[in-house]
Design a binder for this molecule. Structure first.
Ligand SMILES: O=C(O)c1cc(=O)[nH]c(=O)n1[C@@H]1O[C@H](COP(=O)(O)O)[C@@H](O)[C@H]1O
Length: 271
C-alpha cells in the first residue's frame, strides 16, 4: 500500500497525528537492560507494542542502530512492526543526500533492505539526488526543509536572489515541479511555529513531518494550529519524551501514557 494511504488510514483509525520516534540509546534503557546494545530490538519492540494503537507512524532513526552495529536489529524491528502493526507506516529517518548512483544505493537500503514506507532525505544536493528514490512506487520521500535545531537558521533562513528564504524556495519546489507523482513531504520543526505556518501556506497539501515537541520544547497545540488542515496531513514526532518517560520496569506503560497524552493534545487542538 502507498505511504500516503497508510498514513491516512492510521491517522483516522487511531485518531492520531503522533509519530513515535524510535531513537534507542542503551545508556537510557531501563535496568537491567541499561547499557546493553543487544537489547535495542527488544526495547523498541516493547515501545511499539505499547503505542501501536496510538500513532499515525513510527520513525526509527538509523544512526541509533548503526552506531551500535545493530543494523540487524533494525531489520528485525522493521519486520516486527510490519507483523504487529501492519496498518502503521514506518518512516526510516536516514536524512540521506548524495549523487544519483550513490542515492540509488541508499534508496535500495531504505526500501529493499529495511522495507521502509518512507524515508527522510536532505535536498541540499538538488533534485537529481532525490530522483532515484522516486523509482520505488508508492514510497514517501520527506525532505528536510526548516529543521528544528537552532543552527537550522544558518543556511535555511538565508535569502536567495529571488527574495525567497532557502526553506521557502524548497517548500515551493517540493509542492511544485519536484513533486512529480505526489509523493514528497517536508520536515519542519515544531520549534519554529511561524515558519511552520509559512511552509503550510506554500505547500498546502503536502504531508509535514514535524519533530521537536517533547524533549526539544515545541508546543504541540501551537504546532497543530500552524500546520493542520483537514486535507493536509501532519506527522508530529516525539522520541525521547516517550521512550524515556521512565527508566524503571514500567517504562512501556509510562511511554504509553506520555504518547496518549500527546496524541490527545494534538487531537484537541484541531478544534
Ligand atoms: O528528520 C527528523 O526526523 C528530524 C528533523 C529535525 O529537524 N529535527 C529532529 O529532531 N529530527 C529528528 O527527530 C527526532 C527528535 O527526537 P526528540 O527530540 O527526542 O523528540 C530525532 O530522531 C531527530 O533526529
Amino acid at each position: 500500500m502507498h505511504f500516503s494511504q497508510m498514513l491516512a488510514g492510521a491517522t483516522a483509525r487511531h485518531q492520531s497525528q503522533l509519530c513515535v520516534g524510535l531513537d534507542p540509546d542503551p545508556a537510557k534503557f531501563p535496568t537491567p537492560w541499561q547499557g546493553d546494545a543487544a537489547r535495542i530490538h527488544d526495547f523498541c519492540a516493547r515501545i511499539v507494542d505499547a503505542t501501536k494503537d496510538l500513532v499515525c507512524a513510527f520513525k526509527p532513526q538509523i544512526a541509533y542502530f548503526a552506531a551500535h552495529r545493530a543494523e540487524d536489529q533494525l531489520e528485525r524491528l522493521m519486520a516486527y512492526i510490519r507483523r504487529v502493526a501492519p496498518e502503521v507506516p514506518v518512516i526510516l529517518d536516514a536524512k540521506r543526500g548524495d549523487i544519483g548512483p550513490t542515492a540509488a544505493q541508499y534508496a535500495r537500503e531504505a526500501f529493499e533492505r529495511y522495507q521502509a514506507d518512507a524515508v527522510t532525505l536532505s535536498p541540499f544536493m538538488g533534485f537529481d539526488s532525490i530522483e532515484p528514490y522516486l523509482k520505488y512506487d508508492g514510497k514517501g520521500l520527506i525532505l528536510l526543509c526548516r529543521t528544528s535545531n537552532p543552527g537550522g537558521s544558518d543556511l535555511q533562513a538565508q535569502a536567495l536572489a529571488n527574495g525567497d528564504l532557502l526553506y521557502e524556495h524548497l517548500a515551493k519546489e517540493a509542492a511544485g515541479h519536484w513533486n512529480r507523482d505526489g509523493r514528497l513531504g517536508l520536515v519542519v520543526g515544531a520549534t519554529f511555529p511561524r515558519e511552520l505556518a509559512r511552509v503550510r501556506e506554500l505547500a498546502p497539501t503536502l504531508p509535514l513531518l514535524i519533530p521537536g515537541v517533547g524533549a526539544q520544547g515545541g508546543d504541540a497545540a501551537e504546532t497543530v494550529r500552524a500546520a493542520w488542515r483537514p486535507d493536509a496531513p501532519i506527522i508530529v514526532n516525539s522520541s525521547r519524551a516517550v521512550l524515556y518517560a521512565s527508566s524503571g520496569e514500567d517504562f512501556a506503560l509510562r511511554a504509553r501514557a506520555v504518547a496518549d497524552a500527546t496524541r490527545r493534545e494534538l487531537d484537541a487542538a484541531r478544534g
